[in-house]
Design a protein around this ligand. Structure first.
Ligand SMILES: O=C(O)CC[C@@H](O)C(=O)O
Ligand SMILES: [Zn+2]
Length: 462
């Protein structure tokens, strides 16, 4: 994104959990901050040093599959944190299993980072969040202790479930070094369709219809507004429909089905399309049903390529929010109005305001694409967007985490008591404040202050 910059004198690439433990123990004794890094695909600056003289600990050299159990009912994979998600998908393919998570960044992101950030992605609708699919973790705690909770048990009701604390902690409580995760059986058949909708008002009724008619085979329901669609097409990210078919659409929906019998599943999806098109007041203008594997991935690329298209177009302010589905359009429009009022809409400042995301999870990605990052634009957007989210009792971070970008805004989504207990947990695990300092939690107010770290003199934020 080119938004977060930082430098560090040292990048360490441990190969074993023991090496991670020794590094962390040393840093804790010397009060040296640590920034854990996976694939560096996060969007909130969580893996960037913040100028406190932190060392970078990159997990990429810990990239072995430790164990896969294809036989028991659980089908679990145990892997090092530095395994790239796509490599795990490739490893599982011959066994006819898949990873329960999938992201546009699958070619670079790593499973440890996925867990540390509790990343959501396009399979959440079907398989749920990592809080459910991760069975166990191995974590190096801030004093160097190795916490081995790498269980493969599906059921383990023995008190506090400590691993959950690390899922979404963004490296502030320890470094995840190993992951045990459920791997669902690969669907026998997957299809998708791209639908062009005359207006945003059709999205919700369409979602209800899709759930009713496709029921158990509905595996993704993704929303793309007109601006996001045009950006993706313009920057060559996959192919959807012809300009004539897309003309007149206010927004688009990608529906995916995954099930056990190809003919049955395809029939259900084409029946849905047929029913939708034959109605008096159709919810869709038109729809393209993928006919083969290439078309299937072209449709997905169009959706998954939006992030890249946005980056090619300009500098992006990204808001990853949970709000009621009915408010998706209102939020995009209100943001545009706000920027227009401030005289910031136009090629010189903000070029585009687009919305897309995971309808099935109530998660909107609001992307404001500017010619350059400026304090004027940022002041127009923040806290405006956070207040808007607060008005809907939503979340300021649905799936990307808080990182350095939103730590100060945590109070829009969590009350004071919750933040206080988060802080107590952080202090308990990491009393010296060495783990990913400056991320997730807002700076402490009043008398308390961040524990002082030794500044190696190398950290610098541009
Ligand atoms: O770039 C973004 O804002 C969203 C990235 C990702 O979460 C997606 O759903 O494509
Ligand atoms: Zn997303």
């Amino acid at each position: 994104m080119g938004k977060y910059h930082g430098t560090s004198s040292t990048v360490l690439r441990p190969r074993t959990t023991k090496e991670v433990s020794e590094i962390v123990k040393y840093c804790n004794e010397k009060r040296i901050g640590i920034v854990p890094q996976g694939g560096n695909t996060g969007l909130v600056g969580g893996s960037v040093p913040t100028g406190r003289g932190e060392l970078v600990v990159s997990l990429g050299s810990m990239n072995k599959v430790r164990h896969f159990d294809p036989v028991s009912g659980m089908c679990t994979l145990v892997a090092d944190a530095g395994c790239v998600l796509q490599s795990l998908t490739d490893y599982l393919a011959p066994h006819n299993h898949i990873m329960p998570v999938e992201f546009g960044a699958k070619g670079s992101c790593m499973i440890g980072g996925n867990c540390a950030t509790n990343a959501g992605g396009v399979r959440l609708l079907r398989y749920g969040s990592l809080h459910g699919t991760v069975l166990g973790l191995e974590v190096v705690l801030p004093d160097g202790t190795i916490l081995d909770q790498l269980t493969t048990l599906r059921k383990d009701n023995t008190g506090y479930d400590l691993k959950q604390l690390f899922i979404g902690s963004e490296g502030t409580l320890g470094i995840i070094t190993g992951v045990s995760i459920l791997t669902p059986p690969a669907p026998q058949a997957s299809s998708n369709a791209l639908l062009a909708l005359p207006s945003f008002d059709s999205v919700l009724p369409l979602f209800k219809r899709a759930k009713r008619e496709l029921s158990e085979i509905l595996s993704a329901f993704e929303f793309i507004d007109r601006g996001a669609y045009d950006l993706s097409v313009r920057h060559g990210q996959g192919r959807g429909m012809s300009p004539e078919e897309a003309g007149g659409a206010e927004c688009f929906v990608l529906i995916e089905t995954s099930g056990g019998r190809r003919e049955h599943d395809e029939e259900k999806l084409s029946d849905l399309l047929e029913h939708l098109l034959s109605e008096d007041k159709p919810l869709i203008n038109t729809g393209v049903l993928s006919q083969d594997a290439t078309q299937f991935s072209n449709i997905w690329s169009l959706r998954e390529g939006i992030t890249e298209a946005v980056s090619k177009e300009g500098k992006a302010y990204k808001y990853d929010i949970s709000i009621p589905l009915s408010a998706f359009k209102e939020v995009v429009d209100a943001t545009k109005d706000r920027l227009r009022e401030k005289g910031l809409l136009g090629p010189h400042a903000v070029k585009e305001v687009v919305g897309y995301g995971h309808i099935g999870d109530g998660n909107l990605h609001l992307n404001v694409v500017a010619a350059a990052y400026t304090s004027e634009i940022e002041a127009a957007l923040e806290p405006f967007v956070y207040e808007l989210v607060g008005k809907y009792k939503g979340s300021i971070s649905a799936e990307h985490g808080l990182g350095v970008m939103k730590a100060h805004a945590l109070h829009y989504s969590k009350n004071g008591i919750s933040i206080e207990w988060m802080r107590r947990i952080k202090d308990l695990f990491d009393p010296n404040g060495i783990m990913n300092p400056g991320k997730v939690l807002p700076p402490a107010s009043g008398a308390s202050h961040e524990p002082s770290l030794k500044n190696t003199g190398s950290g610098r934020v541009a």
